[in-house]
Each structure stands twice: as structure tokens, then as C-alpha cells.
Design a protein around this ligand. Structure first.
Ligand SMILES: Cc1cc2nc3c(=O)[nH]c(=O)nc-3n(C[C@H](O)[C@H](O)[C@H](O)COP(=O)(O)OP(=O)(O)OC[C@H]3O[C@@H](n4cnc5c(N)ncnc54)[C@H](O)[C@@H]3O)c2cc1C
Length: 498
């Protein structure tokens, strides 16, 4: 019999499995899809020879995440690449502010706000890996906060209590610099005026300046493959095409899972669920094993906005007007605070964004093997309502056209380079991976009311559940979205402790 069953092979599930297997546990991972990795994989979605990341594409936690460090993925061949510029924020008026790991390069790009940027980047340097340790430690994370230093912790807390627009306006004078943090906070469902948005925007900006928005050679799937190697070298197994339908509970303990094909697979010590919190507590578990207050909390659990993603196969690099995005790993389209506010309001009203904010990934600039010689891949996502009036089949081409148009505005000639384009609406995202509910890429909203001790619901922020031997290991738990593996790592350690 296996010691542990891990439900789901996203990065958190695989990290959990690798940690347990390394401790000598017999581990079986059951994955619904016919490929591993969840939102951490790459496929030729456009044309043969063009490798596109299906979800996560840039890895600010690659260097310092305690989970990834402990598993030494470089030791099984994982290689990273980094650009000269990590995050570029151009606008049609010709202005651009860019973050690079070289402080002076960024300070020059921030122009009149160069000194303000230098202060933030120097602060980041002083914190080093202690910042990531504190962000990813299991709560209450007092030890990590003390190691970070009270002054640093208070500085981050202050940002965490600010809106991205408020923090930016206090620190920067130019519109170009002021759009950077709000543009980063919008990676998830945090608009410029949302409480705590500055926390995420600032953390992403500091991580970009520190370890950078790295990409793995060969695509995001190279990280998944490295995790699989770590699991297999300790005898762990991954079974694809095995969706778990429910969890068997006896005597208030999780003892087995049942798959869609009717198999009942027992687990001796623990079951770790890399699934959304509402799916775990409302669908996989028998109703009687979940206290009513937790069931109620799960019916109120909020998912973030939908994700609308486009992959392009291009016959050349994107001809950005401004020279900085031509060297950037990630480019953000968001012209001003007003533009980002309008985008946020439209998505919250359930409308198709008129001028879609974009996170644009230029992976093949850093890792040329992702496309045939001379050609390039491009990856971008915007947010959109999970459901639109009339259905996504009606609107997907319209929104993709607006996205093409927006990039064309910043890079005239872009359209002429398109050899193929593949669109993923929020519905397509969920069809690919049931954790991406409504196309939400975060495993649940990132708004303050669903963070820290409230993720997924108090008091279950430390991965334990009301059912003995069952742990929530997905991004629905603190510290939430991102490929850091911390949710799986911390859940596995909770299981080992018990
Ligand atoms: C478009 C997009 C872009 C992103 N960009 C970035 C980025 O650049 N950088 C970054 O760090 N993060 C990014 N993210 C976020 C990151 O990918 C996620 O936070 C991360 O993948 C969450 O990992 P997870 O293991 O919790 O879940 P997932 O990666 O969602 O994996 C869950 C897995 O569980 C499986 N599963 C679910 N239910 C069952 C069941 N009942 N039985 C069996 N299997 C099941 C699913 O099929 C899936 O394979 C992005 C996500 C998306 C979608």
C-alpha cells in the first residue's frame, strides 16, 4: 500500500510528492489529465517546433524558493535563462519604465524617478533571499519575519496595507514609473485601487529586480520534468488520466481515494490534495466529514477573474517601438493608472475589456530553442470575466483581435509577423485544468479578504483539514499562486510532522 496519495500533479502536488518520496514514503500521484504539470507545462499549441507555456512562464521564485532549492532541480539538468531586462512597461506615448536586475540600468530607465527606484532596489538587495523565505514560510512565520528584520517586515506590511496606485503615487513622480507596480499587481485580480495591491505589485517588482523573471531552457515543462525525476528517483509514481472522484473517510480519517474509473486506492499515512479548496471540501469529501462552517465558507470562496491567453508563432521578434521591450523577458501593456483603472472596472462589470491589459512573455528571446531558427514564440494573457453575455465562442476572436491591435500599437509591424495564433478563453483554461475555475490562474482570488490566515478559510491556513491525514496542498492555501512549490512543500512537511 502507498504511504501517501497526492491528488493532482501541478507544481505543488509534484513538490509535495518529491518531498515525501525523499523521506522514504511510498508515493503515488494521481493526475486527471493525460499530461503532468497542471499549469506548469509547455506544448506546441500553434505550429510544430514552437514551444508555448500553457500557463506559468516566468519564475521569480526560481532562485530562492525553499521548496525548489531543497529539491535541487538544477542537479537533474534544469537550466535557467535571464534577460537583460526583466519587466518592461511601455506606452503608446513613447515612454517606458523597465526593471532590470542591474540597478543602474533600471534607474536610468526610470528617468526622473531613478533615485526612487534605486532606493527600492537597494532595499531588495539588503533583504536578499530572506524576503522569499518570509513570503513562503508557513504562517505565522514568526521566525522568518524575525530573520527578515522588524524594519523590513514593517516596510512590507505598510506596502501590504496600501493600494498599488496610492503607493506608486507616493513614491514616483512620472506616469511611466507610476504604472509599473499597478501593472504587476494586475497579474492577479488586484486593481490599482484595491487594498493590499501594492503588496503584490511591490513584491513582484522586487523579485524582478532580484532573482529576475527567469525562464527554464526548453519551456515550463522542463521544471515539471525535473520534479518528476526527483519523484521517480525515490520510487514515487505518477499515474496520468486518473481523476479522483472522491476521498474515502473512515473514523474521521482519510483512508483512500476513488477514481472516476471506480478504483479505490488506499493510502496508509496521508492524502495530499493539489486541488481547489471548494473542490476538496464540497465535492471530493463526503458532506458529513466537513463542518458546516467550513462548507459555508467554501460556498463563499471567491475565485479571481478569468484568464484569456494567446500564443503566437512569429516569423521574427516583436518590433517594439521602444528599445527596452526588445530585450525584456516580460512586457506589460497598461498605458497609465487611468487605463488600468478602466480595465479593472470593465472586467469587474463583466464586460469584455475595451483595451486589454496584457502580460506579454517573450520566452524565445531568452531561450531560442523554443522556436525554429529566426522565428519566435509570443505568449500573453489578459484578464476577462469568467462568463460573458452570449458565451465565449461568440467573443473570443473579438478579444484576441483587440489584443493583437494593442500589441500592434506598441510594435507596428507585429501583425505581419504572425504565422499562427491559438486562443484560450477562460472556459478553455478550465477545460484544460479543473483547478483553473472560471479561468482563474490563482487558485482563488488574491484580494486581502482571502489571503494569509484567511486562505482558504480560518483556521485551515496551515494545510491541515478537519479530516485526519488529509492536507490541502494547492495554491488555494497560503502562500497562494505562483510556481514556488511552497503550498506543496509546507503541506508535505505538515504530513511528515504528524
Ligand atoms: C495562464 C497562466 C499564467 C501563469 N503565469 C505564471 C507565471 O508566469 N509565473 C508563476 O509563478 N505562476 C504563474 N501562474 C500561476 C501558476 O501556474 C499556479 O499558481 C500554479 O501552477 C499552481 O500550482 P498547483 O499545483 O496549485 O495547481 P495546478 O498547476 O493548477 O495543477 C493542479 C493539477 O491537479 C489536477 N487535478 C485537479 N483536480 C484533480 C482530481 N480530482 N484528480 C486528479 N487530478 C486533479 C489538474 O488536472 C492539474 O494538473 C500562471 C497560471 C496560468 C494559468
Amino acid at each position: 500500500m502507498d504511504d501517501a496519495i497526492v491528488i493532482g500533479s501541478g507544481p505543488n502536488g509534484l513538490v509535495a510528492a518529491a518531498v515525501l518520496a525523499r523521506q522514504g514514503w511510498r508515493v503515488l500521484v494521481l493526475e486527471a489529465s493525460d499530461r503532468p504539470g497542471g499549469a506548469l507545462y509547455s506544448l506546441e499549441t500553434t505550429l510544430p517546433g514552437f514551444i508555448h507555456d500553457v500557463g506559468a512562464a516566468f519564475f521569480p521564485f526560481a532562485q530562492h524558493s525553499p521548496a525548489l532549492r531543497a529539491l535541487d532541480l538544477e542537479g537533474v539538468g534544469l537550466e535557467w535563462r535571464q534577460g537583460l531586462i526583466e519587466s518592461s512597461h511601455p506606452a503608446p506615448d513613447g515612454t517606458c519604465a523597465s526593471i532590470a536586475s542591474d540597478i543602474e540600468r533600471s534607474a536610468k530607465s526610470f528617468g526622473a524617478d531613478g533615485d526612487a527606484w534605486r532606493r527600492l532596489a537597494t532595499w531588495q538587495q539588503a533583504m536578499g533571499s530572506r524576503l522569499v523565505d518570509a513570503l513562503l514560510a508557513p504562517l505565522p512565520a514568526l521566525g522568518a519575519a524575525l530573520r527578515l528584520g522588524i524594519g523590513n517586515a514593517l516596510g512590507l506590511l505598510q506596502a501590504g496595507m496600501s493600494t498599488a496606485a496610492g503607493f506608486s503615487c507616493r513614491h514616483f513622480r512620472t506616469e511611466a514609473a507610476r504604472r509599473v507596480l499597478p501593472g504587476l499587481a494586475l497579474h492577479v485580480d488586484l486593481g490599482p485601487d484595491d487594498f493590499s495591491g501594492a503588496g503584490l505589485g511591490l513584491v513582484l517588482a522586487l523579485l524582478a529586480a532580484g532573482s529576475g523573471f527567469r525562464v527554464p531552457v526548453g519551456g515550463a515543462r522542463a521544471i515539471t520534468n525535473a520534479l518528476l525525476r526527483r519523484i521517480e528517483e525515490h520510487g514515487g509514481r505518477v499515474r496520468l488520466g486518473s481523476r479522483v472522484r472522491d476521498i474515502v473517510v473512515r473514523g474521521r480519517r482519510a483512508v483512500a481515494v476513488r477514481t472516476d474509473s471506480g478504483d479505490e486506492i488506499p493510502a496508509k499515512r496521508a492524502i495530499l490534495a493539489d486541488v481547489g479548496a471548494p473542490a476538496l471540501f464540497l465535492k471530493l469529501l463526503p458532506a458529513g466529514s466537513v463542518p458546516s462552517h467550513l462548507r459555508r465558507a467554501m460556498t463563499r470562496f471567491e475565485y479571481g477573474w478569468g484568464t484569456f491567453k494567446v500564443d503566437w508563432a512569429l516569423s521574427g521578434p516583436v518590433p517594439w517601438n521602444h528599445r527596452e521591450p526588445r530585450q525584456a523577458a516580460v512586457v506589460h501593456a497598461g498605458d497609465s493608472l487611468a487605463d488600468l483603472r478602466r480595465f479593472t472596472a470593465e472586467v469587474r462589470r463583466g464586460e469584455l475589456p475595451s483595451n486589454p491589459y496584457l502580460v506579454i512573455g517573450q520566452q524565445s528571446l531568452l531561450d531560442p530553442g523554443r522556436a525554429p531558427a529566426g522565428c519566435h514564440t509570443l505568449w500573453a494573457y489578459s484578464h476577462a470575466p469568467s462568463v460573458v453575455a452570449g458565451g465565449w465562442a461568440k467573443w473570443r476572436e473579438t478579444l484576441a483581435e483587440r489584443i493583437d491591435q494593442r500589441i500592434e500599437g506598441l510594435a507596428p509591424g507585429f501583425r505581419a509577423l504572425i504565422k499562427a495564433r491559438t486562443i484560450f478563453s477562460p472556459e478553455d483554461m478550465e477545460a484544460m485544468n479543473e483547478n483553473l475555475v472560471g479561468g482563474d490562474l490563482g487558485g482563488g482570488s488574491a484580494r486581502f479578504r482571502q489571503q494569509l490566515f484567511l486562505r482558504p478559510a480560518f483556521p485551515y491556513f496551515r494545510h491541515r483539514t478537519p479530516v485526519r491525514g488529509l492536507y490541502l496542498a494547492s495554491a488555494s492555501c497560503h502562500p497562494g499562486a505562483g510556481v514556488h512549490g511552497a503550498c506543496g512543500f509546507n503541506a508535505a512537511h505538515a504530513a511528515l510532522r504528524e
